[in-house]
Each structure stands twice: as C-alpha cells, then as structure tokens.
Design a protein. Structure first.
Length: 268
C-alpha cells in the first residue's frame, strides 16, 4: 500500500491564483495540524492532509478483499467469501477505500451527526484518489448516491452520500460515471442503522427503496459513506435489479471489517 499511496498525484492542476494564495496562506494538515508548505499544492492530498498522514490512513488492499462484499480475506483475489455464500447478497461487487476505523470513523461521524460538512471535500478526494491507478470504474455508466428519507433529510439538512458523490465526481471529472440523484428514492422512514443490533439491521431496510424505470439496462454504481452489514446497499441493489438494472456494484468510503461470525452477530 505504501507504493500505491506514493504513486498518487493531485487530481488536477490548481489555477495559478490558488497556487499563489497557498504560498501566502499555507493550510494546516487536518490530522496532525502541521503547516503544509507553500509548495505542497500539487501533492495529492493538498490542501487537506500532509503526505505522512495520507500514507498512514487505513487504505484497503483490494487484492485481499472479497470482490462481492468487500470483506477482508486471508487469501488474495477471492470472488466470494464464506459470508457471501451463506447470505443472500444482491450486490455484484463491492469496493471500499478505507477501513472504517480510527480517524476515518471519526471523520464520517463528524460529517453525518455533527454537521461538519466541510469534511466532505476531503472525503470525496480520498474516494477519488483510490481510482487513479485503476480502470475499475469503466464498467459503470451511472453513479447513484444512497438517498435519505425526506424526514431524515429535513432533520440533518444534507445527504452525506450525495456530498461524497459530488466531490468524488468533481475530482475525477470525465472519468467518473454520470451522476443521477433521482433514480433511487427512500420511501420508508427506517430507524437509524446505528441504533439497531447487527442482526436487526439485516431486515430494517426491507422495502425501503423505490426506483425509476430509467435504470433499465444500465450498469449502476451505488455510493455510500460506510458499510457494516451491507443491508442498506443490498436492499437498494435488489430494488434496482427488480426494475431492470443490468448490474449493481457498491463503492463505500469506509468498510467495517468483521473478523468472524461471532464479531458480526455477538448474540448468535
């Protein structure tokens, strides 16, 4: 992973006026608070993180993850793991950028529950950086962020997945799939997944989505901030496939890694 991070570059050159301002007013690293030098504006994580903090993030190694559910595996290049075989898994494949742990978990929780919308450009940048050396996105033509129910949206004021999708696409430009925000709707107000035991999360999202027939014959990529059991993304994928989508994959910023069945279902 060290070689991967070192190969990253800034998604696009900054305008000269911004480069000039950065030299006059260098930003601070959002993690270690170190002053970013005036000439670091072309580093991949600028103006958010220093190169050391970028390297220390818990990046996921795609070779050692299950292709279908994104769970960590001991063997490389697993198409399906034991969890996928035992569960009904609607997603064709899942890709996570970072492990949902430590600073990544803190950032996501701050964004979702404490109104720290200023974190979304950083998190969207991290999503985009993971695809600089990959053609994985080429198979998808539509990008759909997981929607919130209208009652949750009014309470929170924004949809964090939509913010991530916006900055993800802004960083990748023409290489990102077309963004569609109205093809998938949340029609049932569900209890927050974070308030439920893991076993109840698997059924909490049943019949929670409705989709447009425009998804027919499209290769859909769902985007969400975090994945734990996968119930939200699987419910959305089921709805899209029933409406005629050709394939449905998932991209998440953070993936909760379960080491065993007992960790996932402690009361089982």
């Amino acid at each position: 992973m060290k070689e991967f991070v070192k190969s990253l570059r800034h998604p696009s050159p900054l305008p000269r006026c911004f480069q000039w301002l950065r030299q006059l007013l260098p930003p601070l690293c959002w993690q270690c608070k170190k002053v970013l030098g005036g000439r670091t504006f072309l580093e991949p994580s600028s103006p958010f993180l220093c190169s050391n903090c970028l390297l220390e993030l818990p990046w996921t190694d795609q070779d050692y993850h299950c292709r279908q559910c994104g769970k960590h595996t001991a063997e490389p290049n697993r198409l399906r793991c034991q969890e996928c075989i035992e569960d009904i898994w609607e997603l064709d494949e899942t890709r996570s950028v970072l492990a949902y742990d430590d600073i990544v978990r803190h950032w996501i929780l701050q964004l979702k529950f404490y109104g720290k919308e200023h974190l979304s450009p950083l998190l969207g940048r991290l999503l985009a950086l993971s695809f600089q050396n990959s053609n994985w996105l080429e198979k998808y033509d539509i990008l759909i962020p997981i929607p919130l129910h209208s009652s949750r949206l009014r309470k929170r004021g924004f949809n964090q997945s939509l913010l991530l999708a916006y900055y993800f696409k802004k960083n990748l430009g023409k290489f990102a799939p077309e963004l569609q925000t109205h093809w998938l709707r949340r029609i049932r107000a569900t209890r927050p997944q974070t308030e439920l035991p893991l076993a109840e999360r698997l059924v909490n999202m049943d019949d929670a989505f409705e989709t447009s027939l425009e998804v027919q014959n499209h290769q859909i990529l769902l985007l969400d901030d975090v994945m734990t059991t996968g119930s939200t993304l699987n419910a959305a994928a089921r709805c899209l496939k029933e409406a005629g989508a050709s394939s449905v994959g998932a991209l998440v910023l953070g993936r909760k890694m379960w080491d065993s069945f007992e960790d996932r279902f402690p009361d089982a």
